[in-house]
Write a protein that binds this ligand. Structure first.
Ligand code: ADP
Ligand code: 5GP
Length: 247
């Protein structure tokens, strides 16, 4: 494709959809691929807007027909990106953003190694739990089993962070949005020579600060909180569980 392919992954509840929505308000020329999924719609989701919702049978048929660039099973449901999303973005001359899980990201990187990949992390497990719970409340459904499933999957997904070129820690929303925007603008600057006006130097600095290779100090407390570094007992110490009414 002529435009840049951006992949963004994150443990569920990290704030990836929130960040992507903000990015789309602020940056033009980037399309968002609407995935196919067998999961039922959640809250105010509409078919064709957040996802193309479909049945398991139809999804299997689409796999057989070679419709997907990638697909994966996530939390017991199938999710996939249709190849034609890339083609449409290419024809329009736009960049394309894929919001996909770590398995799908691996498949896309294998096929399109030039893709720019971004991993979003929540600052710690407690914040993640609170965000997942708040989202469930806002949607009017609190499914405890599903919530804990997503929480316990989070550390496993975060272990894949080294596969990604850029890392965002979504602590303060405005800062994370500015960092995501800086990554997109910096990549356009480096790859297409696109001007980024007077803010250019700052934008390039912000994006460089998010490169995974420059993120060791920033990530250390996050990885420790999720039990990924800092001793084998880390997993047992994760602060997911209810310990007070702190949310
Ligand atoms: P994801 O797409 O990663 O599953 P969402 O974007 O749905 O996550 O965010 C999960 C919840 O966290 C939502 O209720 C959202 O409003 C909230 N949220 C996202 N980012 C932040 C942030 N930086 N600070 C506080 N709340 C946030
Ligand atoms: P949710 O059900 O919360 O919308 O999404 C669950 C997970 O599925 C998230 O990690 C999200 O990135 C991932 N996902 C959404 N669409 C796709 C897709 O097309 N392919 C893959 N592999 N994962 C997807």
């Amino acid at each position: 494709m002529a435009g840049i392919l951006f992949i963004i992954s994150a443990p569920s509840g990290s704030g990836k959809s929130t960040l992507v929505n903000e990015l789309r308000k602020q940056v033009t020329g980037i399309e968002f691929a609407i995935s196919w999924t067998t999961r039922p719609p959640r809250g105010s989701e509409e078919n064709g807007r957040e996802y193309n919702f479909t049945t398991h049978e139809q999804f299997e048929q689409m796999i057989a027909d070679g419709v997907f660039l990638e697909y994966a099973e996530v939390f017991g449901n199938l999710y996939g990106t249709a190849r034609h999303s890339l083609e449409e973005a290419r024809i329009a001359g736009h960049d394309l953003l894929l919001d996909i899980d770590v398995q799908g990201a691996k498949q896309v990187r294998g096929k399109l190694p030039e893709a720019v990949s971004i991993f979003v992390m929540p600052p710690n497990p407690k914040v993640l739990r609170t965000r997942l719970r708040n989202r469930s409340r806002a949607e009017g459904v609190i499914n405890e089993a599903e919530l804990y499933r997503r929480l316990h999957e989070a550390s496993k997904e975060i272990e894949n962070y080294r596969d990604y070129g850029y890392i965002l820690v979504n602590d303060i929303l405005d800062r994370a949005v500015a960092q995501l925007e800086a990554i997109v603008l910096a990549e356009r600057f480096y790859r297409n020579g696109e001007a980024i006006a007077y803010r250019s130097r700052r934008v390039l600095e912000v994006a460089a600060g998010c490169l995974q290779v420059n993120s060791h100090e920033r990530l250390k407390p996050v990885l420790e909180a999720f039990g990924i570094i800092g001793g084998a007992s880390g997993q047992q110490q994760l602060q997911f569980e209810e310990d007070s009414n702190d949310d």
